[in-house]
Write a protein that binds this ligand. Structure first.
Ligand code: THU
Length: 146
């Protein structure tokens, strides 16, 4: 499995933070950014995109995965950085880890490329690092169907 330096981790988190600044989140005001690092070194970002019909809102991780899966080169997902929050609101600075739906969405691309990506989430208490398989054990995915 690929290992990463603290500098690489922090750079990906910084890219996720930058992506969060482009969130469209006028309802929750909770801006989330995701940065996905592929094995070829490319980085794809996403930010949450909300909708006036609240339940249709898209999470940052989902937007990033959709971008990759709809591109010509899908590649191998090595690492994911997620960051965000609601400035001035309760929970400011709390760690944002991928929601349940996003874990499943991330698993799709991870299984397709045969990786178990590292997931980094930062917050005021530091960075949490987990493998996607820890966030979503015994995952159901393309391996079950393709
Ligand atoms: N959100 C994400 O973008 N990713 C997550 O993993 C958790 C939640 C977004 C969805 C919604 O726009 C806002 O955060 C508040 O739930």
């Amino acid at each position: 499995m690929t290992s990463f330096s603290t500098e690489q981790r922090d750079a990906l988190l910084a890219t996720a933070r930058e992506a969060a600044s482009r969130a469209y989140a006028p309802y929750s005001k909770f801006h989330v950014g995701a940065a996905l690092l592929m094995a070829d070194g490319s980085v794809v970002t996403g930010a949450n995109v909300e909708n006036a019909s609240y339940g249709l809102s898209l999470c940052a991780e989902t937007v990033a995965v959709a971008s990759i899966l709809s591109s010509e080169t899908r590649g191998r997902l090595e690492a994911v950085a997620v960051t965000g929050g609601a400035p001035g609101a309760p929970g400011e600075g709390d760690t944002v880890s991928p929601c349940g739906r996003c874990r499943q969405i991330l698993n799709e691309i991870a299984q397709l490329g045969g990786t178990d990506p590292l997931v980094w989430c930062d917050g005021k208490d530091g960075v949490i690092e987990m493998r996607l398989s820890e966030l979503l054990p015994h995952a159901f995915g393309p391996a079950n169907l393709l």
